[in-house]
Design a protein. Structure first.
Length: 663
């Protein structure tokens, strides 16, 4: 039997954005964000269309609806706000709107002076038909409008036909069967705001005693919390805190054959004291760790824990589950290698074992164990060396129960692999920032990261140094180089981190020429850092982090714009808040050895290219104020003084009393 509601579908829907791989993976947002949705929606002929954005939180039964606005050239736009963490979905729909078409054509006929009596009857019939699908007050109102349009005086008929109220009601009752909805639902993952804006500090707890002669403890780290909070960090990241194996333990600078007092690498996890669910006994106990979490929270600092899924030869897993490891032809277990480098103290898991499901369940339980201890942020070591499916399942399982958990991917690998991990659920990702030093390299890379679709799934976390990475730029640039990389990391990205105290103390000694390994690397020995060193960058770090917290424009990535400078040693870029009320412009001298100056092309948002109105540039880093006029102004930076400006743009306003001030 023919369905009375069946009709030819005239509307086509294409190119819905934002989407990641056409909706295969979620778009990422944080609470409070507006999700701006666009699509090409069109039909044959010249009839008018109406389009709606449909959205709902996962688990909700009914769709929320929001009208879409016509942008031109068949492109439509709508938006909705995500106010809870978790998963949302959205889609779009459109229909040939007979009433809107009639209303548009009626006005054209009136302007042309044509007779419209019949047209008014046609419109009344459209309204009457819609009333048949409506109920209650809507039905009553539609019938009243239909009566006015068919039987009222001409002025009343026209007033009814042009009524905005009627147009809005009619929009809710399109003809049955006429609405075409996109066949796909597009997912959106919504995280807490720290997923986008965070400031990380990495420290080895065993080096927190203040001397190389004593192994540090969690209680020693507690004593450093005021120092870390004073610099403005809100995430304290700890390398693995588990027992360390003794078999093939590495000595200082990764030498084989450790001495009896050498502590070994924290990434050689597991010993007679336990494995991934245990605490290194010299650091303290689980109770001490829980106390550290609570004490850090009092300073608005969250503890981030390293997840490194690998074992030392002494890990209980090796004897209890030998099937989880790959055997060599001689019967020995294959240790980790990255030729020519050898890591005899580390056994990787074999995810191709027939027992991989049991292995995956156990590793998943490790994450949940630390969640039970109060950890909600994890930095994951080398995720690109484990199967994609493993991470997709693990992260989805964690986020289903604990949507507030944040995962940082430490994957310095090929772009496609880094991006895939982000798509699969990693909240934030390490980047190539450490090796992008010239203006062109920085512009090209960050332009890629800020554009869709990359910006919809990849959230960068910028690190100028790590325990594994001491770049040539930092080795050779002295104190100014560290300040340059600090300012770039803290302003180009909403999230960044440093490995300290090596960074603020400008540790620049490499193991050898051409190496990015630190001399006396903290990965293999305890260091005694002098936190009171007068050369420390702690004060400027604190100032930069305070600027970040007080400046909404620096707490997101999408508004980043680069500006032309006639000196390629100077990099200039700006960011602004969504409403445009907060505008920041940064100029950095990329040469840590020489003074450079140049003419910067910059107009604040809302200023035309021809205006000569002055605006004030308040240097938040140095405190100076400059009055700029027009779109081309001169900047000069001496790296031995301060190699960067972080300007807040303050517009000049003239009041009715002819009084000038800046805001």
């Amino acid at each position: 039997m023919k369905n009375d509601n069946d009709c030819i579908k005239r509307v086509s829907i294409e190119n819905v954005t934002p989407s990641v791989d056409d909706g295969k993976f979620p778009v990422k947002r944080v609470t409070g964000d507006r999700v701006i949705v666009e699509s090409n929606i069109f039909a044959d002929a010249h009839d008018a269309l109406s389009c709606d954005l449909l959205y709902r939180k996962k688990g909700a039964f009914d769709w929320e609806r929001s009208p879409m606005e016509y942008l031109g050239n068949d492109r439509w736009q709508g938006l909705f706000t995500v106010d809870q963490i978790g998963m949302y979905v959205f889609t779009v729909c459109g229909w040939v709107d007979g009433f809107k078409t009639w209303q548009r054509d009626l006005l054209r006929r009136i302007e042309a002076g044509q007779e419209i009596s019949v047209e008014l009857r046609i419109g009344a019939a459209l309204v009457s038909n819609a009333a048949g699908a409506a109920e209650g007050p809507d039905r009553k109102l539609l019938l009243e409008y239909a009566g006015k349009m068919e039987n009222g005086a001409r002025s009343g008929q026209l007033a009814a036909a042009r009524s905005t109220e009627l147009e809005l009601i009619m929009r809710r009752f399109p003809p049955p069967g006429s609405v075409v909805t996109c066949r796909k639902n597009f997912p959106v993952t919504v995280d807490r705001k720290k997923a986008r804006f965070s400031t990380w500090y990495e420290v080895f707890p065993r080096s927190c005693s203040g001397t190389e002669d004593r192994h540090g403890t969690f209680k020693d780290l507690e004593a450093l919390l005021p120092y870390i909070a004073g610099m403005g960090f809100d995430v304290l990241y700890l390398p693995p805190v588990h027992p360390i194996g003794r078999t093939h333990r590495k000595g200082p600078d990764n030498t084989p054959g450790a001495g009896p007092e050498d502590p070994g690498s924290p990434w050689a996890i597991g010993g007679s004291e336990g494995g991934h669910k245990s605490i290194h006994p010299q650091l303290g106990t689980l109770s001490d760790f829980s106390r550290l979490i609570d004490r850090a929270a009092a300073y608005d600092i969250e503890i981030a824990l390293d997840i490194a899924f690998q074992c030392s030869p002494d890990h209980p897993y090796v004897s209890e589950h030998p099937e989880w490891f790959r055997r060599r032809p001689d019967g020995s277990i294959q240790y980790a290698e990255n030729p020519p480098k050898k890591y005899q103290d580390i056994y990787p898991f074999d995810f191709e074992t027939p027992h991989w499901r049991k292995l995956a369940r156990e590793l998943r339980s490790v994450v949940f164990f630390w969640i039970d201890q109060g950890v909600r942020i994890f930095r994951v070591d080398n995720p690109h060396t484990k199967p994609f499916r493993f991470w997709e399942d693990l992260i989805a399982g964690v986020k289903e129960k604990y949507p507030e958990v944040i995962f940082l991917s430490e994957a310095f690998t090929r772009p496609a692999v880094m991006y895939r991990l982000a798509k699969l659920g990693f909240t934030q990702s390490y980047t190539y920032f450490a090796w992008r030093n010239t203006g062109r390299e920085l512009k090209d890379y960050f332009t890629e990261l800020k554009r869709p679709p990359v910006c919809d799934f990849f959230t960068p976390n910028l690190w100028p140094n790590t325990p594994d990475i001491l770049t040539e730029y930092l080795q050779t640039g002295g104190r100014p180089a560290f300040i340059v990389r600090l300012v770039l990391a803290a302003t180009l990205g909403a999230s960044y981190g440093i490995y300290g105290p090596a960074f603020e103390l400008c540790e620049d000694r490499a193991k050898e020429i051409g190496s990015e390994e630190y001399l006396n690397s903290e990965k293999y020995q305890i260091r005694g850092w002098n936190l009171e060193d007068p050369r420390s960058l702690k004060d400027i770090i604190a100032r930069v982090n305070r600027i970040r917290k007080e400046t909404p424009a620096l707490q997101e990535n999408r508004s980043l714009r680069f500006h032309e400078v006639d000196n390629d040693r100077l990099l200039c870029f700006s960011k602004n808040s969504d409403d445009g009320s907060d505008v920041v412009m940064v100029v950095v001298n990329l040469d840590p050895h020489h003074t450079h100056g140049g003419w910067v092309d910059f107009f604040p948002p809302g200023f035309s290219g021809k205006t000569e109105r002055p605006f004030q540039m308040h240097d938040l880093l140095g405190g100076s104020r400059f009055l700029w006029t027009g779109g081309r102004n001169y900047v000069e930076l001496n790296p031995s003084v301060v190699p960067a400006h972080i300007f807040r743009v303050r517009r000049r306003i003239r009041t009715e009393r002819d009084f000038d001030y800046y805001m």
